[in-house]
Write a protein that binds this ligand. Structure first.
Ligand SMILES: Nc1nc2c(ncn2[C@@H]2O[C@H](COP(=O)(O)OP(=O)(O)O)[C@@H](O)[C@H]2O)c(=O)[nH]1
Ligand SMILES: [Mg+2]
Length: 222
């Protein structure tokens, strides 16, 4: 099973915490993935590589950059949508760690994200993207103190591994993986990927699809 490329459709953008509350109150059974990371870490590129080239472009409407963008998508075999499976959802979250944003914008982000992670059903997992060359930055650490008490299934993906040319850099990252697992005990998986070269993406996609199918199955047993 895989993501059906080209099946992702933009549903809506949320920029007020009341909208987030409304979405999750009305749709407590959403199964999906929340993409979150520093701005510029490659969230849009990753989404395009996973779901089809033009997906994240839909969200490039000016003013949407500070919004939570909600997309639906399908899962199936090769290019065929599985009719037994309902649509799944992914959330392209506004990036954290902007040095240049105003205090007010930072405050809005905090309120929006706090509401999002508090209300988000546990059938949605969190995929935190970090830069493989600069992992565990201050803003990443801050995000993880925020995540620490979250009941959500969390995976970490280090993007831009194509930029690690030297063996030494790759070895250092592998070592870092062990340290990070120890430090961030709530992280269930760590992936090394490149949205640009697609390295590691098939494995990440399989892991995400497994999570979605498992959650779908749990819901249908209830
Ligand atoms: N070398 C390399 N560059 C990447 C990769 N992923 C994203 N980028 C570049 O990083 C920049 C920011 O990417 P974008 O997807 O807009 O980041 P976002 O702000 O997190 O959505 C762009 O110039 C991308 O081309 C990657 O895996 N490798
Ligand atoms: Mg983006």
């Amino acid at each position: 099973m895989n993501f059906i490329k080209g099946s992702a459709h933009f549903q809506l953008g949320l920029d007020k915490f009341e909208q987030v509350e409304k979405l999750f109150t009305q749709n407590p059974d959403m199964v999906g993935i929340a993409f979150v990371g520093r701005s510029n870490v490659g969230k849009s590129s990753m989404i395009n590589s996973l779901f089809g080239r033009k997906t994240a472009k839909t969200s490039k409407t000016p003013g949407r950059t500070r919004e939570i963008n909600v997309f639906s998508f399908n899962v199936g075999d090769k290019d065929t949508v599985d009719p037994e499976l309902p649509p799944f959802f992914f959330f392209d979250l506004p990036g954290y760690g902007h040095a240049e944003v105003s205090k007010q914008m930072q405050k809005n982000w905090n309120i929006l994200m706090a509401t999002f992670f508090e209300m988000m059903p546990t059938s949605v997992c969190i995929l935190n993207l970090q830069d493989a060359r600069h992992p565990d930055q201050k803003s990443d650490q801050e995000f993880h103190t925020f995540l620490k008490n979250s009941p959500h299934y969390t995976a970490l993906a280090f993007n831009k591994i194509d930029k690690l040319k030297k063996q030494k850099e790759k070895a250092a990252l592998q070592k870092r993986k062990k340290d990070l697992f120890a430090k961030y005990k709530w992280v269930k998986q760590i992936h090394f990927v490149s949205a640009e070269s697609s390295a590691g993406l098939p494995q990440l996609e399989q892991a995400l699809v497994s999570f979605l199918l498992e959650q779908h199955q749990i819901k249908n047993l209830d």
